[in-house]
Design a protein around this ligand. Structure first.
Ligand code: SF4
Length: 287
């Protein structure tokens, strides 16, 4: 079987950077290295990190109080998703060494929101209100933030005034963002629109089209079943009309189904480690 792997498959630079920061501390003997919520949404990788002394505390949303065994040797790392200013203040108050591994691309979005909020702007965020990145970004809106995902959500917004900006969670679909921005602009003519979908996400989305143009007959998308960006990639792959298999590990390959195709396009979410992608590609190529 011909296996074409997307160039962008696997860790994005922001996730890789956060993992490297945590690993660097662990490698220097800092123990435990705590992370405020799971460092990445991939259970196989989380198990490996745990073996290296990197321990997840708190919850996925980075909202619960942390009960840490304080030790001069331990350190607390903030994930690539980032956190709100209130959460940062709380984590710093815990009296434990603190390292911010927020992805710089998320930092840019936070900066735009903060700058405009200080000038009195209201912020509309295209994203999932329950995603930790959006929870963190909301903290910069000075209480004037509204997460939306659809036209219906926009229709239900309160009166926003004429000082409004619109940004996006970094991992959303580009086409949807621009379509919703146009819809909101019809209601708020002075709307300032900032396309803050990150380059890594755009590359992943673009590579689905590239694989499609290469004539693959099906897609295999690798990543955690709870990973939001992997689920979005699978959705985008399905939108091409080709059969799409979202799997977490090599063991989930449906060989009988896959054997129908002569060529398969493989991509993976931003939190999928290389070793899982290699295992899937090798197995598919051997079929
Ligand atoms: S998906 Fe984009 S914004 Fe999020 S961590 Fe990766 S590079 Fe950074």
């Amino acid at each position: 079987m011909k296996v074409i792997r997307a160039q962008s498959a696997g860790f994005c630079w922001g996730v890789e950077r956060a993992i490297n920061i945590a690993r660097e501390f662990a490698g220097r003997g800092r123990s435990p290295v705590y992370t405020d919520g799971p460092l990445i949404h991939n259970s196989q990788m989380m198990e490996r990190l745990q073996d290296e002394g990197i321990r997840e505390v708190g919850d996925y949303h980075s909202q619960t109080q942390l009960d840490l065994e304080k030790d001069d040797n331990s350190v607390l790392v903030v994930r690539a998703h980032g956190i709100s200013p209130e959460r940062r203040k709380y984590l710093k108050s815990l009296g434990i060494d603190f390292k911010d591994a927020t992805c710089p691309d998320v930092g840019i979005v936070a900066g735009k929101i903060r700058l405009h909020a200080k000038k009195g702007y209201t912020t509309v965020i295209f994203g999932d209100a329950k995603h930790p990145e959006v929870i963190g970004l909301m903290g910069y809106t000075e209480g004037r933030g509204h997460p939306i995902r659809s036209r219906e959500d926009i229709d239900q917004l309160p009166e926003l005034g004429d000082k409004v900006i619109m940004v996006s969670q970094t991992t959303m679909f580009t086409d949807d963002f621009h379509s919703l921005a146009d819809y909101l602009k019809a209601k708020v003519p002075n709307l300032l629109v900032f396309d803050t979908i990150c380059g890594a996400t755009k590359d992943r989305q673009g590579d689905i089209a590239v694989l499609f143009e290469h004539g693959v007959q099906a897609f295999v998308v690798i990543g955690g079943h709870h990973s939001a960006n992997t689920c979005k990639l699978a959705l985008l792959a399905r939108k091409t009309g080709l059969p799409t298999y979202h799997i977490e590990t090599v063991n989930e390959i449906d060989e009988e189904a896959i054997l129908q195709y002569q060529s398969v396009g493989v991509t993976a979410g931003a939190s999928t480690p290389e070793f899982l992608i290699d295992a899937v590609c090798n197995r598919l190529a051997a079929l």
